[in-house]
Design a protein around this ligand. Sequence first.
Ligand code: 5GP
Ligand code: ZN
Length: 114
Amino acid sequence: MGDCLFCKIIDKEIPSEILYEDDSVIAFKDVNPQAPIHILVIPKEHIESARDIDKDNCHVIGHIFAVIRDLAKELGLDEDGYRVVNNCGKHGGQTVSHIHFHILGGRQLSWPPG
Ligand code: 5GP
Ligand code: ZN
C-alpha cells in the first residue's frame, strides 16, 4: 500500500531493527518502547486491522502467533511471561493502519489498560 508506514518498513524504505523475517511475516523493535522489550510483529500482506481478518488471510495470523512464541523464548520472556496486544480501530487506539501485534515484556505489566 502506497503510503503505509509498515509497508515501507517491510520494503526497507524506512529503516527498523528487524529481529525476525520470513516470506510472510516481519518482526521489528517498536521505535517508542513501552517496556524493556517491545516488538511489533506484522504480516507482509497489507491487512488494515483485526476487522479485516477473513478466511483467506487468517493463516498468517496463526503463523504470527507461532513467531511470537519463538521470539518470546529467544528474548528470554518465556519464564516470566509477556503480553501480546492488538489495538483495533479508533477506540482500540490503533495508530498505524496495518495490522500489528505488540509483544511487551521485561517488566510487570498492569491491568486493566487505560
Ligand atoms: P498502535 O498504536 O497502532 O497499536 O501501534 C503502533 C506502534 O508503531 C506504536 O507503538 C509506535 O511506537 C510504533 N511506530 C510508529 N512509527 C514507527 C516507526 O517508524 N518505526 C517503528 N519501529 N515503530 C513505529
Ligand atoms: Zn501496510
